[in-house]
Design a protein around this ligand. Structure first.
Ligand code: GSH
Length: 200
């Protein structure tokens, strides 16, 4: 297996963290996502339909979209113990792509990259969405369960936490139970700070 990523990509981080946590052997290459798309390596361009990271090569398969890759890896490596468990994970993954995985990367990019600055109205809207979305995760974890689906860590945890690991850079508040959950994830096998993990 070979993963393509970039240190600034929370989308790549969730996949790399899962691979390291699950001890799945893989090669890794950093792609300069600030280069014009046609200038990126040919192997990456062939693997990544939309020229985005993450992209994963597994034998003759080319896999893209971080949550779809997580689902593929969890299925392949036997991380679903039932159909219900798979369905519950799928629900959170779809939620992530549309909710916290949409607003938080934009809020962070606004603070981190000069050419990604938001208009006042857009920032206000995204911040309201972030407050709502982080509140949903907080409420979910408020009964004291260690992970989103209960006692066992799952791909939902890897997916939803990815950009929250950069919350300081986004200058957003992290609710109490979410903060405790992020700390718990930082104690997991394979954990490294995203910048270290994806440096290559
Ligand atoms: N929906 C995609 C998002 C991937 C994405 O936005 N990747 C960004 C980095 S976080 C990228 O490759 N940007 C460079 C480009 O689009 O040229 C996923 O979940 O994998």
């Amino acid at each position: 297996m070979k993963l393509f990523g970039h240190p600034d990509s929370g989308h790549a981080f969730k996949v790399k963290f899962f691979l390291q946590w699950a001890n799945i052997e893989h090669d890794y290459e950093t792609i300069d996502i600030f280069l014009p798309r046609p200038h990126r390596p040919a192997e990456f361009l062939a693997a990544s339909k939309f020229c985005e990271v993450p992209a994963l090569i597994d034998g003759d398969k080319h896999l893209i979209q971080s949550n779809a890759i997580l689902l593929y890896l969890a299925e392949k490596h036997g991380h679903f113990d039932s159909k219900t468990n798979r369905q519950k994970n799928l629900e959170w993954l779809v939620w992530e792509a549309n909710k916290i995985g949409m607003c938080l990367p934009q809020l962070r990019a606004d603070k981190r990259f000069e050419d990604s600055q938001l208009s006042e109205g857009a920032r206000h809207w995204l911040l309201a969405r972030y407050t709502h979305d982080s509140g949903i995760i907080d409420a979910e974890l408020s009964d004291g369960r260690p992970f989103l689906l209960g006692d066992k860590i799952s791909i939902s945890d890897f997916s939803l936490s990815a950009y929250l690991m950069h919350a300081v850079e986004a200058e957003v508040e992290v609710p109490f139970h979410v903060g405790a959950w992020l700390d718990r994830l930082r104690t997991q096998n394979g954990w490294q700070h995203p910048y270290e993990m994806l440096a290559g």
